[in-house]
Design a protein around this ligand. Structure first.
Ligand code: SF4
Length: 618
């Protein structure tokens, strides 16, 4: 629990509930009786971090081990940070109130490239040296995992070791090794060398990088016996994998304030811009019985009256109707509502609608991603306009009146006609509403069209593509605005400046670390938040460091270039990604895993959809 000094500061900041801990189901252990303390740091605010499923799973899992005490740490918002600095209070963990410098492990989950500065700022606020080389003892081991760890290079100088892939097993193996090393009096360097031999562990200091004159990578050489390729870890049997039976229940409202039930990992689809769709392959499902019993336990232990069935594409769960039948056998009576986020346009059937509409009617969200069919074929979003209109008509007849549509601009091969078709698709949804005879009486329709800017990501077929420059993205945003004529359509778009920085870091190499270090010295934080972000200041830093950000964001890579993440293996092969990129340029779609296996490489894990009998599943 926090001390008196912190309590005094709380009167001066917004939302003090973010900083006090003591929530229902938070875990308190006796620090004298545990062997290893882990500070689980989420590099964003309490509200964002507390909504994150991975953190909930690992927090419970680590604390289920008797000798580990895992605590939560979030980035203090600007007002609290100022007060903490003014009063000399180091960043602390919520459960014990102890500074993060007291912990054996300081772990970050990297969900978003623009949270990198928060990560460094949190170390700085905790009085922990930000560079790995400056932390020489066997304590304060800084580890990181999560999707951004798939290209660890832009933060390679700061992190002692990365967890590649799913963390449930590898994290515990590393902690066990740490315990052993400490008992045997080994040094940090020895511990890191031994860790590098655990599958799924990447220790960046054990690799030397050389560059060509044109700035591309010449070689990536492991040393001290580190593996040349780091293979991701993956949970094979989802029914047997750890899942918490309770969550910490927040004291202040968080972004997703509900029980969350993971129903499967991975995605069968292969949308060509989507990193998650490739790095979490292959799809592995939990059984309806497991999901049902885990949902019940969660609702009972947390008091939540809403449970969200989470995955990358919930309607692709192969037994969705039997699952909803099981769940609705008790949720109606207990006034628990079920939400199905990430529904695909073609997954919203009458049957599913009838099951979820029994309790709550929230707005519908679909992600066609592109306005024209040609563009949807390029990105392998196998959704047709008539499917979207049929789905919307089904929903409108069922009483829904609001639809949110998510799109992306700046996709490879995109023309201004494709961009205008985003507005046209929004209009077609409005027209469908007024053509639906049994729509809600006396209500009008509201369609929100949101456009984000495409950011090419590692381990996708578009990993070689340039990002559109900022002026081109602005032109495309304006073109959508000009093409919308109906007042029923609201248009939102994502700031192109932040997408640009995201593109720099997403495909950056370790030469970016010096820019990151300078940004940390200058107090950069919350880059993902408009109130704190300044591209101008970042450009000054790049300039001072002799870095050309366009080299990373706007340059087309050749297929034979060594990419900064080529030594990391997520199962999906580079040759498959290249083939998919070529198919994109020919507007050729690729069937999803349940229709036909396209041989992406992920079958080598020996589990999941790759081994299902296809005739029973489609
Ligand atoms: S190996 Fe085939 S079935 Fe398995 S994930 Fe890849 S494409 Fe899908």
């Amino acid at each position: 629990m926090v001390g008196k000094e912190v309590e005094r500061l709380l009167l001066k900041v917004q939302k003090p509930g973010r900083y006090v801990g003591g929530e229902l189901n938070s875990v308190i252990k006796d620090k004298r009786k545990v062997d290893l303390r882990f500070a689980f740091c989420f590099p964003d605010t309490y509200e964002v971090g507390m909504s994150h499923l991975g953190m909930k799973i690992l927090y419970s899992l680590f604390n289920s081990v008797e000798y580990i005490w895992c605590e939560r740490v979030f980035a203090p918002w600007v007002d609290m940070e100022e007060e903490m600095i003014k009063h000399g209070i180091p960043l602390y963990a919520l459960e014990s109130g102890d500074p993060i410098s007291d912990f054996d492990f300081i772990g970050f989950t990297l969900q978003y490239e623009l949270s990198y500065t928060n990560m460094l700022n949190m170390l700085k606020l905790g009085g922990v040296p930000v560079k790995s080389a400056d932390r020489t003892e066997l304590k304060n081991i800084v580890v990181a995992g999560g999707p951004c760890a798939c290209n660890p290079e832009p933060v390679a100088d700061f992190i002692d070791l990365f967890f590649i892939g799913e963390g449930e097993e590898v994290d515990l193996e590393v902690m066990e090794l740490f315990r052993k090393c400490r008992a045997e009096g080994k040094s940090k360097a020895e511990f890191l060398r031994l860790s590098a031999n655990i599958e799924g562990v990447y220790v960046p200091s054990l690799y030397d990088v050389e560059y060509n004159e044109d700035g591309t990578i010449k070689s990536f050489v492991p040393k001290d016996g580190a593996p040349a390729v780091i293979r991701k870890r993956l949970m094979k049997k989802m029914d047997e994998s750890f899942y918490p039976d309770n969550f910490v229940v927040p004291l202040v409202e968080i972004v997703h304030d509900r029980a969350v039930q993971e129903i499967f990992r991975g995605c069968i689809r292969g949308c060509r811009f989507c990193q998650a769709g490739f790095i979490y392959r292959p799809v592995r499902e939990k059984s309806p019985d497991t999901i049902n019993s885990q949902c019940r336990a969660l609702c009972q232990n947390t008091g939540y009256d809403e449970v969200s069935l989470s995955s990358l594409s919930s309607s692709d769960y192969s037994r969705i109707v039997p699952l909803l039948e099981k769940l609705t056998s008790w949720t109606g009576e207990e006034k628990v509502s079920i939400s199905l986020p990430s529904l695909r346009v073609d997954g919203f059937t009458d049957e599913i609608m009838n099951k979820i509409k029994t309790v709550r009617k929230s707005g519908l969200t679909f992600a066609p991603e592109a306005g024209s069919q040609r563009m949807r074929d390029v990105i392998n979003k196998n959704v047709r306009q008539d499917e979207l209109m049929n789905t919307c008509a089904t929903a409108f007849a069922g009483g829904w009146t609001t639809v949110k549509l998510y799109f992306m601009i700046g996709l490879p091969t995109e023309t201004m006609d494709d961009v205008a078709d985003i507005a046209n698709l929004g209009q077609a949804v409005v027209d469908t509403y007024y053509r639906t005879p049994n729509r809600a009486k006396g209500k009008s329709v509201r369609v929100t069209v949101s456009a984000s800017s495409f950011v090419p990501k590692p381990f996708t077929p578009f990993q070689w593509e340039p990002q559109d420059t900022i002026p081109v993205l602005h032109e495309k945003q304006q073109h959508i605005k000009d093409s919308i004529t109906s007042k029923k359509i609201q248009f939102n778009y994502h700031d192109a400046d932040t997408s640009y920085l995201e593109a720099v870091f997403a495909r950056g190499d370790r030469r970016l670390c010096k820019a990151m270090e300078l940004a940390c010295e200058r107090g950069f934080h919350f880059d993902g938040w408009n109130d704190c972000f300044s591209l101008e200041k970042w450009l000054e830093i790049f300039d001072e460091c002799g870095i050309d950000p366009a080299f990373y964001a706007n340059r087309r890579r050749s297929f034979d270039e060594i990419l900064p993440w080529d030594h990391i293996d997520y199962g999906v092969t580079k040759s498959f990604l290249k083939k998919e990129c070529e198919r994109a340029y020919n507007s050729q779609t690729t069937p999803h895993c349940r229709l036909k296996c396209s041989g992406c490489g992920a079958a080598k894990y020996g589990e999941g959809v790759c081994f299902e009998k296809r005739e029973n599943l489609v």
